[in-house]
Design a binder for this molecule. Sequence first.
Ligand code: FAD
Length: 430
Amino acid sequence: MFRQRPPARVWASEVASHVIIGNGPAGVVAAETLRRADPQAEITLIGDEAEPPYSRMAIPYLLIGKIGEAGTYLRKDADHFERLRIRLVHGRVKALATDARTVCLVDGRVLAYDCALIATGAHPVRPPIPGIDSANVLTCWTLADARAIAATVTPGARVLQMGAGFIGCIIMESLAARGPRLTVVEMGDRMVPRMMDEVAGAMIRRWCEEKGVSVRTGRRVVAIVAAGEALLLTLDDGETIEVDVLITATGVKPNIDFLAGSDVTVAAGVIVDDAMQTSVAGVYAAGDVAEAVEFGTGRRVVNAIQPDAVEQARIAALNMAGQPATVPGTFVFNVLDTLGLISASFGQWQGVAGGETAQLLDEAEYRYLRLAFAGDQLVGANSIGHTEHIGVLRGLIQGRVRLGEWKARLLANPLQLSEAYLARGLAVAH
Ligand SMILES: Cc1cc2nc3c(=O)[nH]c(=O)nc-3n(C[C@H](O)[C@H](O)[C@H](O)COP(=O)(O)OP(=O)(O)OC[C@H]3O[C@@H](n4cnc5c(N)ncnc54)[C@H](O)[C@@H]3O)c2cc1C
């Protein structure tokens, strides 16, 4: 089912018609790749937000004042898409009819396609807490959100952020730069719990507290009550905190609702094969909406980060244009800057059953390195500080390098990573 290719009729005698649903980084890169691969094709890019295609990743830079809104736009030339003959359609897709090969918009328009790409991204989860719909409970996901944050998160404002995951920590950094009195509440037992082990999570927390952020871990907000202009928050241990603004950063979910009733198989996200094709021939998915196979474990994951979105989109587009291409597997790898402290997590950082680990810790200097091995291969790592090793760690893990006798040396001294990399005949790529 997952290895079928689009029918050849599309290219034999007609101009192919490609419809891309979602105009974030995945949708834009797919459209541009398609244009390069197929100069004749009709390409339609549909997006439901009011602004030109933009990058959510740039929102923190907007919030700290490094760029204006136009700086978040993915392509700066106003006529970029027109020049590439990419038709931009503003509207919301409500259904994909795979038998008829049509995309149906909420406003009644119906667009026919030969190949379609689902690049609808994800949306922030709103935790089911009483009072969550109160004024000044905000997310940080869209440009509209950024405007609301800019208007309310001002110097001295009392702000509480729920959630301290990867995106949460990025958001926290831009909030902190605006000078509020900031509290972070994370329900996990540490900061960045899905990316960092206990030691690293605790170190990031201590760093944030030293920078003036008040942090509660292992706590949940259980009630929100509007109190005049303010919000009175109750935590699960009974503590109450009065704030002016509550920012929720409690995870995201793929935008797949419009696929209900279609033949496209979904789980957490849209399930794709290594060519980014869905269960329906000619329909592809890429980016935060796609659930792809993870490099290393073989499990399916939604790896909601931009580099993956863009690479998946490129591969999907090549296949849509009839040029076979595959993604070797999603490599889960994150580098995070939390108020100036650089941390990174790679692959199976938690370690694997029967595997060994090596650890180096310098609490005072905020430096930490933990390596996880399976046999004589490095399969995961956590690091804080140690930015000089990020490229080597990635190379060793993603390259599945057999370390041989270097494994014992790394267990004895994890800092010999570059030497190990060189000794195994590879160039060091920081
Ligand atoms: C504040 C913030 C900071 C971030 N920082 C980083 C970072 O440092 N590094 C990193 O790798 N990633 C970061 N990310 C994540 C990154 O932005 C996403 O991984 C990336 O945007 C995914 O691109 P995408 O094209 O798949 O989805 P999106 O960018 O979400 O684009 C999807 C588009 O499709 C539209 N759409 C959805 N449903 C429909 C529909 N039914 N009809 C029409 N249009 C629809 C959406 O409105 C949206 O415009 C950050 C995200 C945020 C919010």
